[in-house]
Design a protein around this ligand. Sequence first.
Ligand code: FE
Length: 297
Amino acid sequence: MTVQTQTLRTVAGIINSVETLEGAGFLVRRPFPKSSFSQFDPFLLLDELGPVNLKPGQAKGAPDHPHRGFETVSYMLDGRLEHKDSEGHTGVLNPGDVQWMTAGAGVVHSEMPESEFTRTGGRLHGIQLWVNLPQRDKMIAPRYQEIGAAQIPVVQSSDGSVTVRAIAGEALGAKAVIETRTSIIYLHFTLQPGASVVQRVPKEYNAFAYLLDGSGLFGAEQERGNDGQMVMFAHDGDEVAIANPADAQQPLDFLLIAGVPLNEPVVRYGPFVMNTEVEIMQALEDYQNGRMGRIHV
Ligand code: FE
């Protein structure tokens, strides 16, 4: 039947991650931004922290820093991070937890390894995604959604070969609890060898997969993508297909992330992402004058 194959998106490109140091000096893998690829509207950045096995006392974090004009989404896979911000929010991210922080007009926050985890060391693995805010929302009051692992719907296919965690959007009948400012899909899939999935992603969404582990076949033409790569889908269909080959030696673990492009000017300067240079100057001035607050311990 040809109807179904016509709706499958093809692959528009495959991007390798670069390794870079962030915060106080921790290593991340980053498919974007980089000089040749500054954003994937509405997404501004994707960082994979680890996976790394840390010795006692070795964990590093990102001490006090500001954000304005977008959202930071942290998804913890292993290890524990502690968050504090100028709005008075504090919390610990445990494995499976998600923190969706809408910086809006501005927050100052710190993202540090939790003290007991720092003391003992252990495996650290996490993801941070930056989601741009539309012009109308850039100066809204900051908001902080902390979604524990238990609140994130986890669904398995009837034969157990596909598992999905719905962080934003819907998959296999599960609907995420998080509230987003624009339509966002953020799904974490695990496919056993021989398993495949077809996920609906409306045509207008920019959509990509990021491979956390393993190797898989992506899109209508079944292009190969590997651990640490980002696979971008074309806008030529309203479904994406992903498969883990039957002869694979391990599960395929990937994030499927999609959102409606904002199509607005993006002017970014470090932790500030606005629409004009003047707004960036204003953000710098507001931060330097303490108008984004500070962290009260
Ligand atoms: Fe931050």
